[in-house]
Design a protein around this ligand. Structure first.
Ligand code: 0RA
Length: 670
């Protein structure tokens, strides 16, 4: 729906194309006597900020330090949102100061006759100067920030402002919040704008060193959230320069996140609408995965704990899909004839969703410990209505998008119902049999779960070998047998209902499902999937992984799930036996250790069952020598990390991450 513009990474400084007023010293003393009287009053206000900086910027660590930059950048972005500015330059100087330059209207500089103070001075020195001059009088402002530029001034060793306005250039310098000199005026500005350069006060902050990566990540996010605003970050010492400009806004954001996914339709769904003074921006997409990646912002602030806007959005999604289903009953399979009404839940609509919700509210109320939750009650219904109307209309006109999404959501629903049924079965069985373990399980003797391992073994004779070869004190074996092994395209919900999976759930001990799953009941801290290296083995592994991802994700988050790596080959030359876990390794052993294929007996293992118990122990089960691959759920547990890796600046970690991720996807899609 929108065109994306990738960020351009430049290695040289871009021209600023701005007239630079004559530099004047930051060391120009404490100002003259004229200023001292009014400085006393001012200092009383700003002294409060210096005494308790945490009250104003959250703390004096790295977050607080960078908060100074966000405070000023927010003002520049507000100018851009009001249509007066297009570009913001953030520059890290070699003296440890930062400057933020914009091409907005410029801070007002008119002098109040009675006090002799300029508006500029009031804005810079009076805490919450409020009303007329305060940027908070703008339509929207960030609720967490918005403490005012005077706070930055108070916490800076020095701060220098340059304003281009009404054809003039105005400059003034401050030290620790106090005026350090008169406002200097010169003629000849052919532009407008504001530049604020400041050096954080080492007396206040634990460290005064800014991080290029922290700045880059948030500035990129701001560029996504404020469509079309151009933001340039430069570091003078390294000549590093990032330019962010996204014509597509948050739709570009979703496209960006989509890069590692298989979307179900090509164009990102996106729309912007205003209702009752609330601006609502939505961008979303669905992919063939199970994880959800959803980000919500209010006035550019990430509401990590959700709030009324998120409730409205989720409610709308559920309503829209239920309505679409009612209008298009042909989408249903056998459920249709049963006569009972199909009701999709919110959970059904979340699998594979990538979404960004960005709203602007005039007076946001942020709640919770970290102020990451929106409280305004009126927002819920407004977001609900706007999203419902626009989305339903969109689906009605775009069946090519609506149908694959509905199919996906119906699959989620079927899986949910199947899991519910499985839980009930397990519960009933537990009640009947007093929680007895499955007969097929060869349990270990150790009772401390931290020391116990469960091998989930597929293959007819493999279970037998594993039972004989294992360390019976700590290793339990659950053989999986049954029809599902050779059934192509087994539906997950059928697998869940199967006796095999019931046995698995009972052996693990945690039960399944939102209400019943209890990680503390796990009987093993290592669950090892051990399957043949053939098509059937890959298939059952895929089913098991999918099952764990969907129904016991916490086990994966805890790092309890592993995949055994049996060798592919046995090489024998005389009395020397070697195992190879890959073709490369096989070739290496042949070349480097055996000096060629002469007299080498090569055996390719097709199944675990071909190994005798000793071999299976030594190659695959012995904790001293075996190779286990830990299953990771990056996209579920580490959405934040994905975000920062994908959004980050280092190309290498991004590439690494995508490789790891691609491997994982391969595991799931064999
Ligand atoms: C107060 C009033 C006006 C603009 C600003 C402050 C302003 C502050 C900053 C901080 C960084 N860049 C900024 N740009 C503008 C309104 C000015 C008018 O009405 O012309």
């Amino acid at each position: 729906m929108t065109d994306q513009e990738n960020p351009v990474v430049m290695q040289q400084e871009p021209p600023e194309n701005f007239e630079q007023p004559a530099e004047h010293s930051h060391e120009n003393g404490n100002g003259n006597a004229e200023y001292s009287a009014r400085n006393i009053r001012v200092l009383e206000g700003l002294e409060a900020v210096r005494k308790r900086p945490g009250m104003y910027i959250g703390g004096t660590g790295l977050d607080g330090l960078h908060h100074l930059v966000w405070e000023i950048v927010d003002n520049s972005i507000d100018e851009a949102l009001a249509g007066h500015a297009s570009t913001v330059h953030v520059t890290m100087h070699e003296d440890g100061s930062i400057s933020v330059l914009d091409d907005g209207r410029g801070i007002p500089v008119d002098v109040h006759e009675q006090t002799g103070k300029s508006a500029l001075e009031v804005i810079l020195t009076v805490l919450h100067s409020g009303g007329k001059f305060d940027k908070n009088s703008y339509k929207y402002s960030g609720g967490l920030h918005g403490v005012g530029i005077s706070v930055v001034n108070a916490l800076s060793e020095w701060l220098e402002v340059t304003v281009w306005r009404d054809g003039g250039i105005f400059q003034q310098t401050f030290r620790r919040g106090a005026v350090a000199g008169e406002m200097i005026t010169s003629e000849g500005a052919s532009r407008t704008g504001t530049k604020i350069r400041f050096k954080p006060d080492a007396e206040i902050f634990e460290s005064t060193e800014f991080s290029f990566d922290i700045l880059s990540k948030r500035l990129r996010e701001l560029a996504f959230l404020n469509r079309g605003v151009k933001i340039v970050l430069r570091q003078k010492s390294t000549l590093k320069c990032h330019l962010f400009e996204y014509v597509g806004g948050i739709a570009s954001f979703v496209e960006f996140l989509n890069e590692t996914k298989n979307p179900l339709f090509r164009d990102v769904i996106s729309f912007s609408k205003e209702k009752d003074g609330i601006e609502i921006d939505v961008a979303m997409s669905y992919n063939d995965g199970y994880a959800e990646q959803f980000f919500a912002f209010v006035n550019n602030i990430n509401t990590i704990d959700g709030g009324t806007h998120v409730v409205g959005y989720r409610n709308a999604l559920t309503k829209v899909f239920n309505r679409y289903l009612k209008e298009n009953p042909d989408l249903l399979g056998k459920e249709k004839s049963k006569g009972n009404e199909i009701k999709l839940t919110t959970e059904d609509t979340r699998e594979g969703l990538i979404g960004v919700l960005s709203i602007r509210v005039p007076e946001p109320q942020f709640e919770g410990q970290t102020k990451g939750k929106l409280g305004n009650p009126e927002v819920r219904a407004v977001v609900d209505q706007v999203v419902s109307d626009v989305l339903y209309d969109y689906f009605e006109h775009n069946p090519g998008v609506a149908r694959p999404v509905m199919d996906k959501i119906l699959t989620s629903m079927r899986a949910r119902l199947a899991a519910q049924k499985a839980r009930e079965l397990t519960r009933r069985k537990t009640a009947l049999e007093g929680g007895s373990l499955p007969g097929k399980l060869a349990d270990c003797s150790e009772r401390d779960p931290a020391k116990c391992e469960l091998f989930i073994v597929e293959g007819n004779s493999a279970g037998g070998s594993a039972k004989q070869g294992r360390d019976r004190r700590t290793q339990a074996i659950l053989p999986l047998r049954g029809k599902i092994l050779n059934v192509e395209k087994t539906r997950l919900e059928r697998v869940i209902g199967s006796e095999t999976i019931q046995d698995l759930i009972n052996a693990i001990g945690t039960n399944v499902g939102a209400e019943d799953f209890d990680i503390n009941k796990t009987r093993y801290h290592k669950l090892v999937i051990m399957t043949d290296a053939d098509v059937d083995g890959a298939h059952i592994r895929t089913l098991l992984l999918t099952f764990f991802f969907r129904y016991m994700p916490e086990l994966i988050h805890k790092g309890y799930l592993y995949i055994a790596q049996p060798p592919l080959y046995k090489l024998k030359k005389g009395k020397v036996e070697k195992y190879a876990f890959s073709d490369d390794e096989k070739d290496k052993i042949v070349q480097e250790e055996f000096g060629g294929m002469d007299k080498v007996v090569l055996q390719r293992y097709k199944g675990l069952g071909e190994m005798n118990p000793d071999q299976l122990w030594e190659t695959t089960m012995n904790p001293e020598t075996r190779l286990l691959k830990k299953v990771r759920a990056d996209d579920e547990t580490e959405a934040d990390r994905i975000f920062s890796v994908l959004m980050g600046d280092k190309v290498e970690p991004r590439r690494d991450f995508i490789t790891v991720y691609a491997k994982q996807v391969k595991n799931l899609d064999i």
